[in-house]
Design a protein around this ligand. Sequence first.
Ligand SMILES: C[S@@+](CC[C@H](N)C(=O)[O-])C[C@H]1O[C@@H](n2cnc3c(N)ncnc32)[C@H](O)[C@@H]1O
Length: 214
Amino acid sequence: MCTNKISHGNPIRGRLNSWLFHILDGYSQFIYKNHKKQLFNDLPEVLVEIGPGTGANIPYLKKGTQLIAIEPNTYMHKCLHKKANKYAVNLEIKNCGAENMKIKSNSVDAVISTLTLCTILEETKALNEIRRILKPGGKFFFVEHVAAKKGSFLHLIQRLVKRPWFWFFEGCHTHKDITKSIRESGFSEIRMEAFNLYSPFVPIIPQIKGYALK
Ligand SMILES: C[S@@+](CC[C@H](N)C(=O)[O-])C[C@H]1O[C@@H](n2cnc3c(N)ncnc32)[C@H](O)[C@@H]1O
């Protein structure tokens, strides 16, 4: 049981987001497939995912994987269970935030996150927590959307839509400097690549992918 104070989803927007992620699942697979296949190609059989939403990453896990899902938004849980059943993944949901996971230190081989650090208010705390629970030599794999270059057209768009985006996507920040947060989070080695993911969701075109080694 996790007790930290985080949002468990607005009754309307929580349901709406769950539905939206669910119906956009096929499109998300289409645009992320190559990135995720490359990044998640050799994940261990027991792993932690922070903010899995409706289970966008479950298709990339091996059958029989034990997935500990840190998902505070209870409106995502039903779809998450369905997806795990469909792909024969053993799911344990922890209804808490990544800032305080109640998982033993030095106990997991891998943590994954896609498009989640943007939504975590204190992402530095979450990164410290990820590092704490990883075994020495364990890896944190991530795909995140990030701030565009200051002064660029994309950065202007990110700033313009910041408030409605934050409201609708329940705390998603369009232009957090997640690259810097990961670089400064105390991991021993970081492999990170910046890329543009073109889609109608213009504010999240600039992205990073890679892993951080404890
Ligand atoms: C933009 S969605 C991404 C969902 C999924 N990872 C994907 O790639 O489609 C962000 C997710 O982070 C979750 N989230 C929000 N605050 C969180 C927190 N403090 N700790 C962990 N997850 C959180 C949200 O409930 C949501 O499921």
